[in-house]
Design a protein around this ligand. Structure first.
Ligand SMILES: [Zn+2]
Length: 757
């Protein structure tokens, strides 16, 4: 069967990433193909009639697509090119597609399975065709099972990596990357491309009368895009290296861009990648995130939202607010926006637990950001529709969503786009700080104190103050980290998850090993509950739960049911999870959401489906264990900072400002002791059932009388004092003061810079 080619241009000689499309001297030839005959006839008829009409697909290809790089190229086109593009667009409109929108087929996202990839030869199994995927990571050592590219076994110009798309596909381009390795340098400099319908007869990718030669890589990591001068419809595509780095050999990682077409010979319809929820599935940069729904119609500190997203009105139930004071935010001044979802926004309700999701601490791990924007929209809409599950959740929980903890990093990655940002661009803050190592390391403070103490029970196991040096203006702490620490102390969070990307696994604390061992299981006192939390997310995430799934990069987390102790993966001192557990009452886990850190916009609906149940079910876990209010017996006033001690668990928690508390626990019977400065302790037995509803366990404390205090002092005893909570509060005040100074200094510098410009 002859290949069907849509000739877009014949003049682009060499297709190099950013100067790819030149639309001089085009000819358009529509050849026939059996499978596409009917659609094509219709297309040609329409094309004849529509040449002079404004082209409807034009607008579609502009705007907020995150494939903005491709879009930029198109702006350079000439009038002639526009007409041709119009014809193609009309054709694609029939399929609800635009050729500019042809997404990656999914070598990186793993939508393309291993058996769809073949190669002429391979250096080893670990360098087989199935490893030739964009952004795949190798282990620390080379030459193991999980290496960082496909490498040909023979060094000549006849080598190829082949993709079987399994159906008729319009192939529009290739993205190439060198081999991921810290030991060797290998990349492909130039390559050719061939197409086939049967993998026997091959047609070269042409550039006019010549075979097209594409420019590949000059380093290991930078992805380089080539759009084909003549996109072709076929089932198979080959990447055929012609020259490579002279001191290396033929190795590459690739992504293929293309649109699946209706194919009568294939039983499946083209993958439409839809979700049953009609949400705003696209990548939102900072301005778009802000615009979406016009979040901020500020009335004082209260913010109402008139939800322009999909015309949803949401101003009765959803409040969206900035948690950070005016003028501060990221290093460059982008704000850290938090959306709060609550039936009584803007305030803490007695007894109601507070939940948070944090995403984008690594700016290039973008899926969490979009999932949280989707979640916000979903909760809002379903609440209005009266979805019982959502109504109950929103009524009983105050939910905070921080979609972008590192907005500076995100913008850097976004500018390059989902396929061209590589593996690390945008990970760090503007100053180059990795925020997940930037929180105070309280683990080692606690462990050191335990080692020095004669009575280990006297060493505090919770609410550990940050060290003094951390509060100074000289401490190397990102403004974003400072903002989040402050937020974590302002609100009595009970449960949280920190959303990352680049792997498929859920990790639970501790993240940091004792004694600087690179990796070792380092459980917290609440290990059982943390494992439960991690399992809740991992077992309901549709990709993780799929036993057929392949390893993302180098580690097989499926053998641990997709959950692992953070420190047992790799040690991270100063992680947000560990800080949250040791400095506040909040239990936090990390979710690595997808193999691909920056999935193409086309993947977002399916990623929402993959994570929707996990996101909801995980929030519902905030209602496990025991909760209640601790009050003064006489005045009935709530007692703040009371210590809640559960027998057998070496981790206490504290009551919030109004005396309410939440202690997450697995089902069981517990002996609970509550103590506060100036009060007699009280003990109660509280039973926790298996249903996700916290057991009410209130406490009434009696003040220690002057007589009782005198007795203690007379016996030479010391008045028990709760100094820890004072030190913790004092250090927090210092941190806020130094942050204020730094923010002011930064604002002044930025103002100067603007003036100089
Ligand atoms: Zn990360």
């Amino acid at each position: 069967m002859p290949a069907f080619s849509v000739y877009i241009c014949t003049a682009a000689l060499l297709c190099i990433a950013h100067d790819c499309l030149s639309f001089e001297n085009q000819t358009v030839n529509y050849n026939e193909t059996i499978s596409l005959k009917n659609e094509l006839n219709l297309t040609l008829n329409l094309t004849e009639k529509a040449t002079n009409k404004p082209q409807p697909a034009e607008d579609h290809s502009q705007g907020e697509k995150n494939t903005s790089d491709y879009g930029k190229e198109m702006k350079k086109e000439t009038t002639g090119a526009k007409q041709i593009k119009g014809k193609i667009n009309i054709y694609f409109n029939l399929l609800s597609l635009s050729p500019l929108d042809c997404p990656p087929l999914g070598l990186e996202s793993l939508r393309v399975s291993d058996d769809q990839l073949q190669a002429s030869s391979s250096l080893s199994f670990g360098l087989g065709a199935h490893r030739g995927r964009l952004n795949i990571q190798s282990g620390l050592e080379d030459d193991d099972e999980y290496d960082g590219a496909w490498c040909a076994g023979t060094e000549d110009q006849e080598q190829w990596l082949q993709l079987d798309a399994r159906r008729q596909t319009l192939f529009t381009g290739v993205i190439l990357q060198g081999r991921n390795s810290i030991w060797s340098l290998n990349w492909v400099r130039t390559y050719k491309v061939q197409f086939s319908n049967d993998s026997v007869l091959w047609q070269p990718c042409m550039n006019g009368s010549k075979e097209a030669l594409f420019v590949g890589n000059e380093d290991l990591e930078t992805p380089v895009l080539a759009l084909f001068p003549e996109p072709s419809v076929a089932r198979f595509i080959r990447i055929n290296p012609q020259s490579w780095y002279s001191n290396g050999t033929i190795c590459l990682r690739a992504e293929v861009l293309g649109c699946s077409l209706p194919d009568p010979s294939s039983p499946d319809p083209p993958e439409t990648n839809r979700s049953s929820d009609d949400l705003d599935f696209r990548h939102h940069n900072y301005n778009e995130m802000r615009k979406t729904g016009q979040y901020w119609k500020t009335e004082g500190k209260r913010v109402s939202w008139d939800g322009k997203v999909s015309n949803q009105q949401c101003n009765t139930s959803v409040q969206l607010s900035t948690f950070y004071t005016k003028g501060a935010g990221s290093y460059t001044g982008l704000k850290l926006y938090v959306m709060e979802i609550s039936d009584s926004p803007g305030k803490h309700e007695l007894g109601e637990p507070e939940f948070r999701y944090v995403a984008g601490m690594h700016g290039n791990e973008v899926l969490g950001r979009e999932l949280l924007l989707n979640l916000m929209q979903f909760l809002c809409r379903e609440y209005k529709r009266g979805n019982q599950r959502v109504v109950q959740l929103v009524k009983e929980t105050r939910i905070h969503l921080l979609p972008s903890m590192n907005p500076d990093g995100y913008e850097t990655a976004y500018e390059k786009g989902s396929e061209l940002s590589g593996w690390a661009l945008g990970r760090y803050s503007f100053e180059g700080i990795d925020m997940n190592h930037n929180f105070p390391d309280l683990n080692n403070i606690m462990w050191d104190a335990q080692e020095l103490a004669t009575d280990k029970r006297r060493v505090s196991n919770h609410y550990i103050p940050m060290p003094e040096y951390y509060t100074s203006t000289d401490a190397l702490i990102a403004p974003e980290t400072r903002a989040v620490i402050s937020w974590m102390q302002d609100i009595p969070f009970v449960l949280s998850a920190n959303l990352h990307g680049g792997e498929l696994v859920v990790t639970y604390p501790f993240d940091c090993t004792r004694d600087w061992i690179p990796r070792e299981d380092t459980p917290t006192a609440d290990n059982d509950f943390f494992r439960w939390l991690a399992a809740v997310y991992a077992s309901t995430n549709l990709v993780m739960a799929n036993p057929e799934r392949r390893v993302c990069h180098t580690e097989d987390f499926q053998q641990h049911n997709n959950i692992i102790n953070g420190a047992n993966w790799h040690t991270v001192p100063g992680s947000m999870n560990d800080f949250s557990y040791l400095h506040t009452n909040c239990f936090e886990i990390t979710v690595e959401l997808s193999c691909d850190k920056f999935p193409h916009a086309a993947e977002l609906p399916v990623e929402w489906e993959n994570n929707k149940e996990s996101l909801l079910l995980y929030m519902e876990q905030v209602h496990r264990g025991i909760k209640g209010v601790i009050r003064d017996k006489d005045t009935k006033a709530g007692i703040a900072n009371a210590v809640i001690k559960v027998d057998g668990l070496d981790h206490d928690i504290r009551s919030a400002q109004d005396g309410d508390y939440w202690r997450l626990l697995n089902p069981g019977d517990y002996k609970v002791t509550v103590w506060a400065e100036g009060y007699f302790p009280r003990i109660r037995h509280c039973a926790v059932g298996s249903e996700p509803r916290a057991t009410l366990c209130d406490f009434t404390l009696t003040r220690t009388t002057q007589d009782r205090l005198k007795q203690i002092l007379a016996k030479g005893g010391k008045m028990p004092r709760d100094n820890q909570v004072r030190i913790r509060a004092m250090r927090m005040r210092k941190l806020r003061a130094s942050t204020k100074i730094l923010n002011r200094r930064r604002e002044q510098q930025q103002r100067l810079k603007v003036r100089r410009k």
